[in-house]
Write a new protein. Structure first.
Length: 291
């Protein structure tokens, strides 16, 4: 159901053309944004989950947000990169609605779009080429540059990012994305989750919004989203917490409260279940460039 994500926006953070060498070798990277690469020359490797991508000239490659990934170049790699952030007014990411391809062969249009994006967005390269480093200054810089003085440039930029992203949408929709009244009601609860992620959320509250029995609601929700409501909410809250740990100096108590966990103990338990480490360990490793 494209209607679930038709209002999503994909905001440019960084775009640049760079030449890399064997120093581009990083393990256990996780970022709160999507990474898209076009390879001009040379070779490299990007791996995440059970996927290993051999970066080859003429290829377009994408790494989804919040994905533990590994990067390697053994000699020379000439690439253009694009980093963009997804905003979700209805509370669901495009990656939970569509199967996303990891690689496609670039067309002349793709390369022309990349060139145009670079032309109208100069000086948008990363301040630090290390993909593990996402300091608050980098985030603030990207946010400030989102305020385009020229609205035409902003519109064109957003359009190009969407065009490039569209190349990775699979034709097969994830299980459960069929039409029907129950499914359209779920869309409303997804938006409610997104808008109230820091507040009280329960299966009972969400089922009432959807005007469905709680058990039936949970089953339909899982068919559509791939997770039961509470695990889905936890996933979003942990992702928000990861982002705050990466780019802010907020305390763990402040983060637990901001992302919607009732107390730090519960936050710590859920965070470790999802990431395999404590919030403190996650922040410490990130600042040492180990994430």
């Amino acid at each position: 159901m494209y209607g679930l994500v038709d209002q999503n926006e994909f905001l440019l953070l960084n775009v640049a053309r760079v030449q890399l060498n064997e120093r581009w070798n990083y393990q256990n990277v996780i970022s709160p944004f999507y990474r898209l690469y076009y390879i001009h020359a040379g070779t490299g490797t990007v791996a995440f989950g059970n996927v290993s991508l051999d970066l080859q000239p003429g290829g377009l490659y994408m790494v989804p947000s919040f994905t533990l990934s590994h990067y390697r170049c053994d000699g020379f790699l000439h690439q253009s990169y694009l980093h963009f952030e997804e905003t979700m007014p209805k509370g669901i990411s495009i990656k939970y609605v569509f199967h996303l391809k990891n690689q496609v062969a670039a067309t002349r249009m793709d390369t022309a779009l990349f060139d145009r994006l670079l032309e109208i967005n100069p000086d948008r390269q990363l301040l630090n080429p290390n993909p593990k480093v996402i300091p608050s200054a980098e985030k603030q810089r990207a946010a400030s540059m989102q305020k385009y003085p020229d609205q035409a440039v902003q519109m064109e930029t957003n359009g190009i990012v969407k065009q490039l992203l569209s190349r990775f949408l699979g034709s097969e929709i994830l299980p459960g994305q069929a039409g029907g009244a129950p499914y359209s009601r779920i869309a409303g609860t997804l938006q409610h989750i997104h808008e109230n992620l820091g507040g009280e959320l329960s299966v009972r509250i969400l089922a009432e919004i959807a005007h469905l029995n709680a058990d039936y609601f949970s089953r339909i929700f899982q068919e559509m989203v791939g997770l039961r409501p509470i695990p889905y909410i936890h996933q979003l809250r942990v992702q928000n917490a990861q982002n705050m740990l990466l780019v802010s100096d907020a305390s763990q108590d402040e983060i637990a409260d901001a992302v919607g966990f009732g107390n730090r103990t519960y936050f710590a338990k859920v965070f470790k279940q999802h990431t395999g480490q404590t919030a403190g360990e996650y922040r410490s490793r990130a600042r040492k460039g180990m994430i």
